[in-house]
Design a protein around this ligand. Structure first.
Ligand code: KIV
Length: 257
């Protein structure tokens, strides 16, 4: 059974665990615990302080993904296609092929539904495994981030988009900031797994940005649960190191040739 079949088998049986990684060392820790590791274009805001993910380039995604690949042995490895790299089918295929050949990832993720459906179909027809992404779409979102599925039109559109993506052949769909009853309806009506972020327990799986979970990148949004305060741990370690250096307690003889 390949990684995609294994993932599909988990639907309605066990939850799918997913996290983001941007580098080898973190990926190698996550790999023992995750079903999917995503190099998300969230790296633009998390690592580079960009105001939006729209400034992330293909080159940045490839460099971080190459690093992440070195840390992955078993998880399904997905890479986000950044903004302006899939404006038409030809461009999407060229860039998806570049991502896959350079990073050796298993699949790419694209944001959107009906608007990009022909592009998604074209990629899949050309043997590129695709993960969908609906709800809040950071690459197209202007202004304040809000959850999706409040209004009936919006609910119908997201639901229809999910069905279209499934029909097009995506292996899974990320639902970002989708209202709980809509996430439930979508998850129940699809045969492929949904992966939620701010989209309730009804989804088949869950993803978070790892830096948020670890308390490295503090942002105050409802759907994040902080599981550690790595900032504090790093701060304590660096403080002890600087004290030792200043007080000539490090390096000791045992650290010296
Ligand atoms: O860019 C990203 O990290 C993502 C996840 C939050 C789903 O798309």
């Amino acid at each position: 059974m390949n990684k995609f079949q294994k993932l599909l088998k988990k639907k309605n049986k066990e939850k799918i665990v997913c996290l983001t990684a941007y580098s080898k060392n973190v990926a190698s820790i996550l790999d023992n615990h995750c079903d999917i590791i995503l190099v998300g274009d969230s790296l633009g805001s998390v690592l580079y302080n960009f105001k939006s993910t729209r400034s992330v380039s293909l080159d940045m995604m490839i460099k971080h993904s190459k690093s992440v690949k070195m840390g992955i042995k078993r998880s399904l490895f997905v890479v986000d296609m950044p903004h302006n790299t899939y404006r038409n089918s030809k461009e999407a295929l060229k860039n998806a092929k570049t991502i896959i050949s350079q990073t050796k990832c298993d699949a790419v993720k694209l944001e959107g539904g009906a608007k990009i459906i022909n592009i998604v179909k074209f990629l899949i027809k050309n043997n590129i495994p695709v993960q969908g992404h609906l709800g809040l779409l950071p690459q197209s979102q202007k202004g304040k981030f809000n959850y999706k599925g409040k209004k009936i039109n919006e609910r119908n559109k997201i639901y229809k988009d999910a069905k279209l993506l499934e029909l097009a052949g995506v292996f899974s769909i990320v639902l970002e900031c989708v209202e709980s009853s809509l996430a439930k309806k979508i998850t129940k009506s699809l045969e492929i797994p949904t992966i939620g972020i701010g989209a309730s327990l009804h989804c088949d799986g869950q993803i978070l940005v790892t830096d948020d979970l670890l308390g490295l990148n503090f942002i105050n949004v409802r759907f994040i649960k902080q599981y550690a305060n790595i900032k504090k741990i790093i701060n304590n370690a660096v403080s002890a190191y600087s004290k030792d250096v200043r007080e000539k307690k490090f390096p000791e003889k045992k650290h010296t040739y």
